[in-house]
Design a protein around this ligand. Structure first.
Ligand SMILES: [Zn+2]
Length: 276
């Protein structure tokens, strides 16, 4: 690893989410690059807080507390969540350079950074035309389904960006997380089932509402995250903001509204951010 840390001179982050950046800190000599929409996130954690919804839910004080928590590195970890991991701090300290969307070369390798908004506003999927290979990042085909719960997410764009990957002249699809390397035909086949999870979630929400579950209690039913995850502060609210809902010690309170006629977006009432 030490040797690798010496020879890596450039890191291209597809987007700013924790699970895609937390290794930046291991390469102190490398230039960290991020898409141009999200470039400001490094080193401005306030910008990340805005995109994730911390600002929206908890205001300036909540953002300041969150940044203090990750900078100190002494906060107790949140179960199932990277919310308070100090790598947020260590991996975002070097100001990012922006890579352009479109084609450029990494050494002798033709690279096309395909702007794929939806999961985040700026996410880019690297496509290597000579190899016929694309890295799909968080269009990941996992059983969990599409992730679109932060302030900067857009469900319709997510669907469009996902299908647009099939317009590339690619035979190989490297998916994020656990699904691995897929041939084009398999990616195409599995993609529709993956996107159908969006509708399944929406139907489940409608069913629950139809059964008389109040909007405030929807979060008790694990529409998105299994209820065991709800001990973490940021997964309490389904189909809303990724940091939405209640901190463990915060009072309940979410006011839902409809968005785009299909997506259920929750706008929690501000609660005090109980970061210690
Ligand atoms: Zn992500």
């Amino acid at each position: 690893m030490r040797r690798l840390a010496r020879v890596v001179t450039r890191i291209l982050n597809t987007h700013y989410h924790f699970d895609h950046i937390h290794g930046n800190r291991l390469f102190p000599n490398a230039t960290v690059m991020l898409n141009q929409v999200e470039q400001e996130c490094f080193p401005r954690l306030e910008s990340i807080a805005g995109k994730l919804g911390i600002q929206e839910l908890y205001g300036d004080a909540g953002v300041a507390e969150w940044i203090r928590a990750v900078a100190a590195g002494t906060s107790p970890p949140a179960p199932f969540s990277p919310a308070f991991r100090p790598e947020w701090w260590f991996s975002t300290r070097v100001p990012a350079e922006a890579y352009p969307y479109g084609e450029f070369a990494i050494g002798s390798v033709r690279t096309v950074m395909v702007h794929s908004p939806g999961h985040t506003a700026g996410m880019a999927c690297p496509f290597f035309p000579e190899e016929g290979l694309v890295y799909t990042a968080d269009i990941d085909l996992t059983r969990f389904g599409p992730w679109y719960f932060a302030t900067d997410c857009d469900i319709d764009a997510f669907v469009r960006s996902s299908r647009a990957l099939l317009a590339l002249d690619a035979e190989w699809y490297v998916t994020g997380h656990e699904e691995g390397l897929l041939r084009r035909s398999e990616f195409a086949e599995r993609l529709e089932g993956y996107l159908a999870i969006i509708d399944k979630r929406d139907r489940r929400i409608l069913d629950l509402l139809g059964q008389g579950v109040s909007e405030e209690r929807l979060t008790d039913h694990g529409v998105l995250y299994p209820t065991r995850y709800h001990v973490a502060p940021w997964v309490r609210t389904p189909d809303g903001r990724s940091f939405a809902g209640r901190w463990p010690t915060g009072p309940p309170g979410t006011v839902p509204r409809w968005s785009s006629g299909r997506a259920f977006i929750l706008r929690p009432r501000p609660v005090r951010c109980a970061v210690s």
